[in-house]
Write a protein that binds this ligand. Structure first.
Ligand code: PEP
Ligand code: MN
Length: 348
């Protein structure tokens, strides 16, 4: 922590602050400037009392941290980017860009299998689909639950794609982990620390969406909760934040994704579907995401979006998704990246 003394602080005031810093278990180092003095307090904050209350001392101007609050996920402490192995040939965070695609909600076996095979043939390397849906209205479709998980299992067998699905509550961990290769923590649970720790304990890679009103620091600290629990495999996902704008469902914050890439060692994905809430913006936003250095995309695809039970206005039909991936290739090349190799259909 840095304690900045007021310009009129006396030598006695400075000595007194140094003593209080010592009393709290830290080593004070005073630096005397032309105008004011700062006292650097060195020590481990996780085992000592907080220094922030020193701002109440009349001779202290302000107190602020010098170290980042996130340590395990920071690039400062771990300069190498983390590459997360999901399955054979599916590693997120390296040079290859991964496209994760599938329906917002699993609605039937037929639709999820059909979507899985179509997105695989178009170049997606993971299937996303919600069996448990956290819906804003309690009257909206809530997902098929365990039945939906069973359908995802069949879609995985039929398509060969690993599965990303959302965990909404601790009680579902057992059944969700039976089929999920990656656990998604959604925007609504992004700051549910007990759920983050329980998800971390499964040892599965966690796709952590940014909360719709989370600052970048809150998002990164949520990832730190997972890492502190002993699970280093966190994939960050920017999915738009709530702003005053009404033309889009959320405001896709690409700058936050850039900051997350700079500040953390973790892979960062972009979800333009929830980010914009409009099918007609998914293509341009995906290109922008690749250009800014994202490690992948999460895109909602439905065989017939007009009939979707959730998020119909932001889902692409498979043919449009295939066009999107095709159009992405030059942008991927220009970014010095490659598209992850296509997953082969299982041999029967
Ligand atoms: C979803 O992925 O379908 C979803 C509910 O996303 P978010 O948590 O970003 O709203
Ligand atoms: Mn959705």
């Amino acid at each position: 922590m840095i304690i900045v003394m007021r310009t009129d602080a006396t030598a006695d005031d400075i000595r007194s602050v140094e003593q209080q810093v010592r009393d709290l278990g830290y080593q004070p180092h005073a630096i005397h400037g032309e105008v004011s003095t700062v006292v650097a307090a060195v020590g481990d904050e996780s085992v000592h009392a907080s220094l922030e209350p020193l701002s109440h001392i009349a001779s202290v101007d302000r107190v602020f941290p010098i170290q980042k609050k996130y340590k395990l996920i920071s690039r400062e402490a771990h300069p190498e980017s983390t590459v997360i192995k999901i399955a054979d040939g599916v590693e997120i965070g390296g040079n290859a860009i991964h496209v994760i695609a599938g329906p917002c909600s699993v609605e039937s076996e037929e639709m999820v299998v059909q979507t899985a095979c179509a997105v695989r043939d178009a170049g997606a390397t993971l299937l996303r689909g919600g069996a448990y849906k956290p819906r804003t209205s309690p009257y909206s479709f809530q997902g098929l639950g365990q039945e939906g998980l069973h359908m995802l299992r069949i879609a995985k067998e039929e398509s060969g794609l690993p599965i990303v699905t959302e965990l909404v509550k601790e009680g579902d961990i057992g059944v969700v982990c039976e089929i999920a290769d990656v656990l998604q923590i959604g925007a609504r649970n992004a700051l549910n620390y007990a759920l983050l720790e329980a998800a971390a304990d499964t040892g599965k890679p966690i796709l952590l969406k940014r909360g719709m009103a989370s600052t970048i620091q809150e998002w990164l600290l949520a990832a730190e909760y997972i890492a502190k629990q002993g699970n280093p495999n966190v994939i960050l996902c920017e999915r738009g934040i709530r702003t005053f704008e009404t033309a889009t469902r959320n405001t896709l914050d690409l700058a936050a994704a850039c900051v997350a890439k700079l500040e953390s060692r973790l892979p960062v994905l972009i979800d333009p579907s929830h980010g914009a809430g409009r099918w007609d913006l998914i293509d341009p936003l995906s290109r922008a995401a690749v250009a800014m250095g994202a490690d992948g995309l999460v895109i909602e695809v439905h065989p017939n979006p007009e009939t979707a039970l959730s998020d119909g206005d932001q889902q692409l039909p498979p043919a449009a998704f295939a066009e999107l991936v095709k159009g992405l290739r030059p942008f991927v090349g220009a970014a010095g990246r490659s598209l992850a190799p296509q997953i082969e259909a299982p041999v029967r």
